[in-house]
Design a protein around this ligand. Structure first.
Ligand code: ASP
Length: 301
């Protein structure tokens, strides 16, 4: 996250926090709270979710999202959708109104439309900042290729290049009935191949919630995270009796050591203990309890 984007990120996560808190305060469910928090960040162009997301290789926005309810283990996910401003709304409809758990592409968009979630054009999700970013990135790749006579298959920036930012959004919440929930939404990685799906919307990878363990949401390069099923891995540490704070940090160590991955995670257990960790230089986060509220872009555990 470049210096000049720090304030926008802190503002964005604070707005999301306020939206989620409003739901909880009036007695709403953790599921509603995470949905509302994520919608705010999907609508905020600062983040890689909804409008303003990173573009894929073809210059299109392709979005993934998942929402999960820790009380019932019901989940709803969408992958590679191109015509939804708020993919988490479609995911929520799948959770609540479908016997299925996951829809992709056009089928997901049709399901969403049939259940009252409005569709938009892909061009409505694309902003000039991202057109520029993609153009620069592709030019750099072409220059590197030319220097290597086009022969070096590994000339593309590697997945552990921490200078490439990740801006997936996520939320976890605990409501007054003791239920936890999680949601994650993303535009994925810059210049991804069309049809590529990351960790964010896969159950247990980028998002997970179970009242018997924890609610978790991750960000970072998706391929390493998926290989470790990282959100579920973290929840399992908590089910085994560890605190979220420790488990979140352990998840980042595991990600780095096992697959040289980088990213971040937010975790919450049904007792209200939280864990926030990242092994990137920065990750925007915010939390609120009845007693405390805090936000930042660096988390020291
Ligand atoms: N995890 C996301 C993905 O790989 C990217 C991100 O977190 O920014 O699709």
């Amino acid at each position: 996250m470049p210096d000049d984007m720090v304030d926008a990120h802190i503002r964005g996560v604070n707005h999301a926090l306020a939206a989620g808190w409003r739901v909880l305060e009036r007695g709403g469910s953790s599921l509603d709270a995470v949905e509302e928090a994520v919608v705010i960040m999907e609508d905020d162009e600062t983040f890689d979710a909804g409008r303003g997301s990173f573009l894929n290789r073809d210059g299109r926005v392709q979005l993934d999202a998942l929402i999960m309810d820790g009380a019932t283990l019901r989940a709803g996910g969408v992958g590679c959708v191109e015509r939804l401003r708020n993919p988490v709304r479609a995911a929520r409809k799948i959770l609540s109104e479908s016997p299925h758990v996951y829809f992709v592409g056009e089928g997901a968009e049709k399901f969403a439309a049939a259940h009252g979630v409005p569709l938009c054009g892909n061009e409505d999700l694309v902003i000039p900042r991202e057109v520029d970013r993609l153009r620069k990135y592709q030019t750099e790749l072409a220059q590197r290729d030319a220097k290597q006579d086009g022969n070096d298959l590994f000339a593309a920036p590697s997945s552990d290049d921490v200078t490439i930012s990740h801006d997936t959004v996520g939320a976890v919440a605990l409501d007054r009935n003791g239920n936890i929930a999680a949601a994650t939404s993303t535009g994925g990685t810059l210049n991804k191949a069309p049809g590529r799906l990351g960790d964010s919307s896969l159950i247990g990878c980028g998002c997970y919630a179970d009242n018997q363990s924890a609610a978790a949401s991750t960000t970072g390069w998706g391929e390493p995270i998926m290989k470790l099923v990282l959100a579920k891995w973290t929840a399992d540490r908590i089910a085994a009796g560890n605190l979220p704070e420790w488990s979140a940090q352990e998840a980042m160590n595991y990600l780095k050591q096992r697959v040289n991955g980088h990213g971040g995670i937010i975790v919450l257990n049904p007792e209200g203990h939280i864990g926030i960790a990242h092994n990137t230089p920065r990750m925007a986060w915010a939390y609120k309890t009845v007693k405390y509220q805090q936000a930042g872009v660096v988390r020291e555990n």
